[in-house]
Design a protein around this ligand. Structure first.
Ligand SMILES: C[S@@+](CC[C@H](N)C(=O)[O-])C[C@H]1O[C@@H](n2cnc3c(N)ncnc32)[C@H](O)[C@@H]1O
Length: 198
């Protein structure tokens, strides 16, 4: 399922698979590890090659990985075969397959994905994501800032915008932080957010 927001991924999926899998879940999410629920159902939206989905499965979560770029998902299925991960070709803003399935999740990950959506897509996606969380469920999000790689579609989305957009859907802020880039890409820095559905 290709959308404008996936531009630039399919053609270099082989290279990105090596890059994304060279860093660990504990490194990427170090600031919010203490806020990750101990177990349950997890949904990794824009799962890429499944680094985080795999780590969550190893932690005991039943994991659904939603990834619309077939070439990225194929790497994930190959690299993390044998783990309890259900791969789904679904995309924001509406996640039609997952929304139709009607399941809910204790944890949703949106790692390096939200800034690929334009303003209208972000507005449409927030209630969709919130509806997929159980009460007390948590939403972890990272937002990339800095130079946009060639061929990629990316917007400079602020943490303030996300926090304000999430609030009407009962999502309250548990953690807000920033960090540099784990892959040492020049000028790249990140916002780290954890929200909880109340
Ligand atoms: C920077 S990668 C991050 C991959 C993974 N979350 C990680 O941290 O390694 C962004 C991913 O989001 C996916 N993506 C782009 N637009 C999307 C959308 N509308 N819905 C879901 N995923 C999307 C891309 O295909 C890509 O795999």
């Amino acid at each position: 399922m290709t959308t404008d927001s996936t531009a630039g991924y399919a053609s270099i999926a082989d290279q990105l698979a090596v890059q994304y899998e060279s860093i660990g879940f504990e490194e990427v999410h170090g600031q919010i590890l203490h806020l990750i629920p101990p177990e349950g159902r997890a949904l990794d939206i824009g799962a890429g090659t499944g680094r985080d989905a795999a780590a969550l499965a190893r932690r005991g979560f039943r994991v659904t990985a939603a990834e619309p770029t077939t070439e990225m998902a194929a790497h994930g299925q190959r690299l993390h075969a044998g783990l309890d991960i259900t791969w789904t070709d679904d995309a924001l803003p509406h996640l039609p397959l997952l929304s139709a399935r009607g399941g809910t999740y204790d944890l949703i990950m949106l790692t390096a994905v939200w800034m690929h959506l334009d303003a209208a897509e972000r507005a449409a996606a927030m209630p969709v994501v919130a509806a997929l969380l159980v009460d007390g469920g948590r939403l972890a999000m990272t937002l990339r800032h800095g130079p946009v790689p060639p061929g990629r579609r990316m917007f400079d989305v602020s943490a303030d915008e996300v926090i304000a957009a999430a609030q009407p859907y009962g999502l309250v802020l548990l953690y807000r932080g920033t960090r540099g880039d784990m892959l040492s890409r020049g000028g790249v820095h990140w916002d780290i957010l954890m929200l909880e559905k109340r």
